[in-house]
Design a protein around this ligand. Structure first.
Ligand SMILES: Cc1cc2nc3c(=O)[nH]c(=O)nc-3n(C[C@H](O)[C@H](O)[C@H](O)COP(=O)(O)OP(=O)(O)OC[C@H]3O[C@@H](n4cnc5c(N)ncnc54)[C@H](O)[C@@H]3O)c2cc1C
Length: 591
């Protein structure tokens, strides 16, 4: 069950008693997610446990960016975090940030022009609307403004963090190739700067760090700046004044209701809802069987903001990744996703034994194939995909996740000496887990089709031309292969000398292997709608005064697209910066 219970807790602590008194006298109304104070007198009567100018909810990258920026602006800031530890999913991430027109590009004399970059973003996010000749490129002014705000503020955010000593950051390079990161849709003509927008945190020795290094630096900066961070404080309810302005929050701290006043604004950076199964069932019509987000990603902001009158943007989006079914069935919170399936004599097939996608496309786009619905059969034929590979890939790429260190080393790996035996093993495993998968099973012609699929694939590997899905045709597939799918140095198998490094013919003899893959996510990216100043909008499209959001808790400004490595952290950091700067300009609530 998701952690969505926002009901007021019982008990007779001071806050509850005062609130109950206000409600009883008609000075306030309380609903599932908002405490509305109906008069200035009621507002004056509230006993706040703490006061600040800007209250920031969450301690991941969106929240940390907002809190640092607010402090830089001279605002008094307080951060609350519901987990016992800080950093959110951002601290578990690889720490890469996608920042257009960044300082490393500028240093190389590469001009990442706004009009070009926006074309790339709109083309990727909204291919169904994209019109290069239109003033807003075929999308609505509101959608366009969000992306323009991201472009305008992304490099400013990083420059501000760098110049104020909050973050050491440099160009993120694809380590195996030692070159700048290639974007996730590098080949479209709209992408004029297809590599080099990814940055990453630098450790003190100058080497590239991970998300833990990113968040350690940002939190060290908050500490240096004297910004208090209260862990184990879960935001539960917005407090609004008689003018409908958000003036604070109630939160739950170990069962006690704590009331926090925000004289200027409340900024949420509280992450997605990947671990709220009720929301996943309601909003993720494409299956999402697990996620590698931290378990606190339960979408609290959806109910909290909804009760305050927020309009929901697109709730159905997520940063998608294939995941290993067996792992997801053991625990919904996963260590990692299958960001790039390793191996070259490797392909993926559906229940009919046929391929459905370029196996080496980026994780976000590749995973959408699981959601394909066959209208004739009324089924999702790709609900589960089967990653099939031979002894070459099992040994030469051993240890590249999700391949185990030895070919049969993991319980998630199924083996057969022939394709028929492998098919039987898959069928048996599917039967064991059928109550979790709607009885998903193999089609009777699975093995025969798989044989034909492999024969066709072997031809593509030899010619370098995947006639069905263009695997290996574009830079993304080939270059990211070296990052996620390095060959072992101690392997007896020859290096791939074929026309594309991503494909190698299967051996004629077994054993063969299979790993069952399902649709999952890093986290979701749907929630309340914001404007270009990160203000949360109400159902009439007007900003809710004093309420802001950034990162995975709000409807993603990029809709379904993942522009390149670091997209989610880059956007979350930038909109945290935007939110704090806009909140700085709010009038102080002085009731
Ligand atoms: C293995 C892995 C690798 C990744 N690598 C990258 C990468 O390299 N680059 C990239 O761009 N993205 C990456 N991601 C995705 C990225 O980590 C997330 O998209 C990003 O952390 C979102 O940032 P956020 O600030 O919105 O939320 P989070 O980092 O999830 O932080 C939200 C915080 O809010 C807190 N919170 C939630 N509800 C409440 C409440 N009611 N009250 C108080 N606090 C609350 C949570 O406990 C959490 O600490 C990766 C993810 C994973 C799992």
């Amino acid at each position: 069950m998701g952690d969505t219970d926002q009901k007021p807790r019982g008990g007779i602590d001071r806050g509850i008693t005062r609130r109950d008194m206000l409600v009883a006298t008609g000075a306030a109304t309380v609903s599932l997610g908002v405490l509305a104070l109906n008069s200035a007198a009621a507002e004056n009567a509230v006993q706040w446990d703490r006061e600040t100018d800007i209250l920031v909810v969450g301690s991941g990258v969106a929240a940390a960016s907002a809190a640092i920026t607010a402090n830089q602006n001279g605002d008094d800031v307080l951060v609350i975090e519901k987990a016992p530890i800080t950093g959110g999913t951002a601290a578990k991430s690889a720490g890469v940030l996608w920042i257009p027109d960044n300082f490393t590009l500028k240093a190389k004399g590469i001009d990442d022009r706004k009009e070009d970059c926006l074309r790339y973003m709109v083309r990727f996010s909204y291919p169904q609307h994209y019109d290069g000749a239109d003033a807003t490129l075929g999308i609505s002014a509101a959608q366009y403004d969000l992306l323009a705000a991201f472009y305008d503020n992304a490099s400013k955010t990083i420059d501000s963090l760098r110049s104020n000593g909050d973050l050491q950051i440099g160009e993120w390079r694809m380590f195996a190739l030692d070159r700048p990161a290639t974007d996730y849709l590098d080949q479209v003509p709209e992408n004029k700067v297809p590599a080099g927008r990814a940055l990453g945190p630098l450790k003190s020795d100058g080497t590239m760090g991970l998300g833990a290094d990113l968040m350690t630096q940002l939190h060290a900066s908050l500490q240096r700046r004297g910004v208090p961070v209260l862990t184990a404080h879960r935001a539960t309810r917005i407090v609004m004044n008689a003018q409908g302005r958000v003036i604070g929050l109630e939160c739950d701290a170990a069962g006690k209701t704590v009331r926090l006043r925000a004289r200027k604004a409340v900024i949420f950076g509280s992450g997605g809802y990947a671990h709220n199964t009720e929301f996943v069932d309601a909003y993720q019509k494409q299956s999402l069987m697990g996620a590698c987000a931290m378990p606190w990603s339960t979408g609290d902001f959806i109910n909290i903001a909804g009760a305050a009158g927020a309009s929901m943007g697109d709730l159905s989006t997520a940063w998608r990744s294939q995941i290993v079914l067996d792992e997801a069935l053991q625990a919904r919170t996963l260590a990692a996703g299958v960001f790039f399936p390793p191996g070259d004599s490797m392909l993926q097939v559906n229940r009919y034994g046929v391929r459905a996608v370029d196996e080496n496309r980026n994780y976000n786009d590749r995973t959408t194939v699981h959601g394909y619905f066959d209208a004739t059969q009324s089924e999702f034929p790709n609900l589960l995909m089967f990653m099939i590979y031979d002894q070459r890939s099992a040994e030469a790429f051993a240890g590249d996740y999700p391949l185990p260190a030895t070919p049969t080393g993991g319980s998630h790996v199924l083996t057969g000496n022939t394709l028929a035996e492998l098919g039987a093993r898959i069928e048996a495993r599917l039967a064991e887990v059928s109550r979790h998968t709607g009885g998903f099973s193999l089609s009777p012609d699975f093995v025969a089709n798989l044989q034909q699929t492999i024969t066709r694939f072997n031809g593509y590997a030899l010619s370098g031309n995947d006639e069905e899905f263009h695997r290996g045709k574009y830079a993304y597939d080939n270059e990211w292969h070296w990052v996620f799918s390095p060959m072992r140095s101690d392997t007896k198998w020859p290096a791939n000398k074929g026309p594309t490094v991503t494909m190698h013919p299967f051996r004629d003899e077994g054993p063969y292997y299979a790993i069952i893959l399902a649709a999952g996510a890093l986290d979701t990216s749907g929630g309340p709608a914001i404007d270009a100043s990160a203000r949360v909008l109400d159902t009439t499209g007007k900003p809710i005064a004093g309420l802001y959001g950034a990162g995975n808790c709000i409807a993603s400004p990029s809709s379904r697209a993942y522009y390149g490595a670091g997209h989610t952290l880059g956007m979350a950091t930038t909109f945290g910066f935007i939110a704090a700067n806009a909140a700085h300009l709010e009038a102080v609530d002085s009731a």
